[in-house]
Design a protein around this ligand. Sequence first.
Ligand code: NAP
Length: 307
Amino acid sequence: MIDIIIIGAGPAGLSAALYASRAGASVLMLDGAAPGGKLNVSAEIENWPGQKKVAGPDLAYQMFEHGLAFGASYEYGLVEKVEDLGDYKVVVTTDKTYEARMVLVASGTVERKLGLEKEEELTGKGISYCAVCDGPFFKEEEVAVIGGGNSALEEANYLTKFASIVHLIVRRDQFRADKIVQDKIKANDKIKIHFLQKPIEIIEENNKVAGLVLEHSQTSETMNLPVKGIFPYVGLDPITSFVSHLGITNKVGYIEVDKHMETNVKGIFGAGDVIDKVLRQVVTATNDGAIAGQYMSELLQDQSLQK
Ligand code: NAP
């Protein structure tokens, strides 16, 4: 039996793997996507202490190598269920079942959808939730970014490398993003800000995005934007369906933990963006992972001394 299974190989999971394996625990990380989590879709990170600017995928690679440096292992695995059997836990993926003494849920969040008709069928045909992955397909085209938070503003800025105009659609008359990010947007003359506008219809032509209809939040007046690309950044939802039956999540699905990152189920922990917290950043995810990894390995040592 493995000591610790970590679900999710983003900054939280990788830091936990580093701390727990360095302290002597056997650790298996499972992830249904490339290790690195949201780092892989972040063009630039400016607030990772020690590096004034680093490309997200580069930091992901460094963290992955470091996370495995003390003996932790990594496998591809899409987790469907975690069961609590007291002294041990069962983790069921789409094709395997694992047993572990402890489980750390570090599965992060997923981008929220706009909820518009045709959004799903046109994903990959003009609609994208990843500017870093798909931005280069829109060279000299007009694109729209929806949202007023840090993600929308940072990705809008990034898209100006390729697009002729980036329309930034904000439903209120103000941003939610940090001031430093707002200042960058305002200084970028390729970004056209549309306050008090919400997207109401995606226009399709030949099975591709051909435009976006906006509605004024107060007057209900509509306008058409001739965009070929739409990048929704309207918030995030936690990935916790596989633990929803355990009673460890709050009413919006985030995992509740104590100061050791342990949930109310003994031996099941949470770390990173998936927990209920005030600041979702790479640095806070690594903090959570370090606390969880260290504490889990101490508990395992105590348990083995008691035997
Ligand atoms: P967010 O902060 O929740 O912002 C979501 C934005 O989308 C808000 O402006 C919201 O408007 C808007 N919105 C929500 N539903 C909408 C809809 N149906 N139609 C149109 N607009 C809609 O989400 P986020 O930007 O993804 O950030 C998530 C977390 O990660 C935050 O804690 C953020 O600070 C953090 N983050 C940090 C960084 C960084 O520090 N470098 C980078 C990325 C993300 P309202 O304001 O009206 O609600």
